[in-house]
Design a protein around this ligand. Structure first.
Ligand code: AP5
Ligand code: MG
Length: 218
């Protein structure tokens, strides 16, 4: 299954992608996670991306397109994948279509748009805590770790992402409206867009996601 998970910052793309990726045994390719890891490691890519990410802007298209192409060409993506947070501009979507043609690979099966009103998005982002080591995501109210402040998976100390500060969240939401939301029309025209009402708890959203994709739960 070849999927794109699409939606505003904080709708729950990463949370749902992790779960579906584990169930279907396909990789979750999150450009945001790859970029954050690169920033932490101080690689050339990380140094290029850091300023954009911290101010809530998009990293330039050519950088992210190169990254996504490299991942898609890898063996782990040969039997399907979930692209989480890519594409995010029309230029990225067009580059993705060209990549499929050049690689002789089949195109996307579904583009899943997760929809949540913006007041709920702000609550989700302000309460998010993340593990900088393994990138597992929690929420102070809805998805708590077993031991407060510690990651269940690796024991790392949980932190708030730098781009989850209120002023940066505002800028990310604006960027989404201006640069990313035109993709709804792009994928609607191609008959690929599936909408998932993402209000309600994580399990409820997951059930709706499986239904939209015609999958059974485990
Ligand atoms: P990225 O990491 O992709 O961030 P984002 O799109 O802003 O989305 P988030 O990861 O913040 O939210 P999410 O939808 O994954 O929500 P989550 O599951 O964590 O990108 C970061 C930055 O990298 C960008 O700003 C940009 O600079 C750069 N970048 C990345 N990709 C790029 C690209 N393609 N082009 C250019 N630049 C790019 O959930 C949020 C919280 O809500 C969690 O605490 C979770 O526990 C909780 N939650 C989830 N579901 C529910 C629910 N149903 N009910 C209650 N709480 C819930
Ligand atoms: Mg995410």
């Amino acid at each position: 299954m070849r999927l794109v998970f699409f939606g505003a910052p904080g709708v729950g793309k990463g949370t749902q992608a992790k779960r579906l990726a584990a169930q279907e045994r396909i990789p979750q390719v999150s450009t945001g996670e790859i970029l954050r890891e690169s920033v932490t490691q101080g690689t050339a890519l990380g140094l290029q991306a850091k300023g954009f990410m911290e101010s809530g802007k998009l990293v330039p298209d050519d950088v992210v397109i190169g990254l996504a192409r490299e991942k898609l060409a890898s063996r782990e993506c040969s039997h399907g994948y979930i692209l989480d947070g890519f594409p995010r501009t029309v230029a990225q979507a067009e580059a993705l279509d060209r990549t499929f043609q050049e690689m002789g690979r089949p195109g996307l099966d579904h583009v899943v748009s997760f929809d949540v009103p913006s007041d709920q998005i702000i609550k989700r982002l302000s309460g998010r805590r993340s593990c900088p080591t393994c990138q597992t995501v929690y929420h102070v109210d809805h998805d708590q770790p077993k031991l407060e402040g510690r990651c269940d998976k690796c024991g790392g100390a949980l932190v708030q992402r730098v781009d989850d500060k209120p002023e940066t969240v505002e800028s990310r939401l604006k960027v989404f409206d201006q640069q990313t939301s035109p993709l709804v029309e792009y994928y609607q025209k191609r008959g690929l867009l599936r909408r998932v009402d993402s209000t309600g708890d994580i399990n409820e959203v997951y059930r709706r996601l499986l239904k939209v994709l015609g999958l059974a739960g485990v």
